[in-house]
Ligand binder design. Sequence first.
Ligand code: HEC
Length: 93
Amino acid sequence: MRYEKIILSSISMYVFLLITAPIVLQAEDALEGKVIFESKCGQCHDISRSLSKTKNLEEWKVTVQRMAKKKQGLINKAEEAKIAEYLNSLNKK
Ligand code: HEC
């Protein structure tokens, strides 16, 4: 009986992690994008320059890539994607 309980609670713990892990990771990604955006995209102009714009994910990717090219080594590919996703997540469309 005791073992059944242990196995059952292990399974429910596993299922719980399976469900919550992607949600937590997604939230972390968005937070990471925010932090990178605020630290790197405010160096040449105010971040309000971006925050006042509404673009979809594709448009943000193009803009972020264009900005990244202005200063070599400031923003890497992985950061570009996170910044674009964060900016896109702000869309009120
Ligand atoms: C090396 C300096 C520099 C950095 C770093 C930089 N920008 Fe810019 N940004 C500019 C300049 C210069 C302009 C105006 C000329 C132009 O549009 O290319 C501009 C214009 C913009 C515009 C208005 C034009 C448009 O296409 O909508 C947005 C939005 C923008 N930047 C967002 C960002 C974001 C997001 C980041 C971070 C990924 C960033 N910038 C990082 C220099 C920079």
